[in-house]
Design a protein around this ligand. Structure first.
Ligand code: MRU
Length: 358
């Protein structure tokens, strides 16, 4: 998608400099900085500090992390340790371990002399596949938006949480892909963007990328969705996910569950968009999903631009106060109207997913 009119992906390999290029998302929206990752440590650090974030992009970054590890040291033990460290770097998004396992499975079939070539091709393939899947999510989700538009014949108001936009994937996004497809088709869209405290991915990233694509959007505080739904100002919610169980239970950015409850109470359809790489086929009980707990400083401090244009971090809480920073929550399948995947739309249930993914 575009930034200042120029097409980008969120991650790519620079053949000339033998580096992985990323858009540093900790600097958005105030600065647009492309950064080089040259070592496995760089890749792990980028995932931990959320220079790259969003489940599918974390998967792509982990795949390129294995490439960087091989470039440093083609030794099996080093690759194994690097894989373990990558998997530990963020625990909730399943795409991370999915990508690392896929890379290692591929390597297990070939001669060590071929590791680098094979790993680089596979990392590129993981990213290209994600672009294809996210595009299909958009084509499939477009039908739901079109249906609402045909009934309403007026602007479709969509609420989204966090950033499940193109910045969270390699391109297109998951939750935003149907929005981009509808916009390209000329359907009038307006997006309610949940700010998404504490890191403000909605305000800093979703609103930013929608602005760049000229899609009307309004940032709201995380607690505003409920009254907008009561007033009939939300036609549909579409969110992303970091891990969806085969039961249809959806783990996503903290606050998603409360939006789903409000949507349920107000008969607003609540859809979750995801590529199959985000499905966890093993865990059956959502209580077993590892929920990342991040530094409370993400709550107590906030970053912004002052009047002179300097980006500053300031303390916003009483110095002595404690804070707890759980990064994800779980929306039980019963509150999810449907799952929008690359293969089609299905019920959020074991049977629904089985019908699509034999
Ligand atoms: O902590 P983040 O910013 O990585 O969390 C991102 C989300 O929760 C997204 O909704 C999810 O990864 C889906 S991305 C298409």
């Amino acid at each position: 998608m575009k930034i200042e009119g120029k097409e980008y992906r969120t991650i790519w390999f620079d053949e000339e400099n033998k580096a992985v290029k990323i858009i540093d998302q900790t600097k958005l929206p105030h600065q647009f900085i492309i950064k080089d990752l040259k070592t496995i440590k760089d890749a792990i650090n980028a995932i931990k500090t959320m220079e790259v974030r969003g489940a599918p992009l974390i998967g792509g970054a982990a795949a390129y992390g294995i490439v960087l590890a091989i470039m440093e040291n083609n030794d099996l033990e080093f690759i194994k340790k690097s894989s373990e460290d990558l998997i530990k770097s963020r625990p909730t998004a399943i795409n991370l371990q999915w990508a690392v396992h896929r890379m290692n499975n591929k390597l297990s079939l070939v001669n060590p002399n071929d590791f680098l070539n094979i790993a680089l091709n596979e990392a590129k393939e993981i990213c290209n596949e994600d672009v294809k899947f996210c595009k299909n999510i958009g084509i499939n989700g477009l039908k739901i938006i079109e249906e609402i538009y045909n009934k309403k014949n007026d602007t479709v108001n969509i609420l989204t949480h966090c950033n499940a936009g193109w910045l969270a994937t390699i391109n297109w996004g998951t939750a935003t892909s149907p929005i981009y497809h509808a916009h390209k088709k000329g359907i009038p869209i307006h997006v309610w963007v949940d700010e998404t405290r504490p890191r403000n991915q909605g305000a800093n990233l979703t609103s930013y990328e929608l602005n760049e694509e000229q899609i009307p959007n309004t940032i709201i505080a995380d607690n505003t969705g409920g009254i907008l739904m009561q007033r009939g100002e939300v036609d549909i919610c579409i969110v992303g996910t970091d891990r969806t169980l085969s039961t249809g239970d959806v783990c996503n950015k903290i606050g998603t569950y409360l939006k789903a409850l409000a949507a349920h109470d107000n008969n607003v359809p609540f859809y979750v968009a995801l590529p199959s790489s985000t499905i966890d086929w093993d865990i059956k009980d959502f209580k077993e999903i590892p929920i990342e707990e991040r530094n409370p400083e993400e709550l107590s401090h906030i970053e912004g631009k002052d009047e002179e244009g300097n980006v500053k971090k300031v303390l916003i809480y009483p110095k002595k106060s404690k804070a707890k920073n759980l990064a994800f929550d779980i929306t039980p399948a019963k509150y999810v109207t449907g799952l929008i995947t690359e293969k089609g739309i299905c019920e959020a249930s074991t049977q629904g997913l089985k019908n699509l993914f034999k």
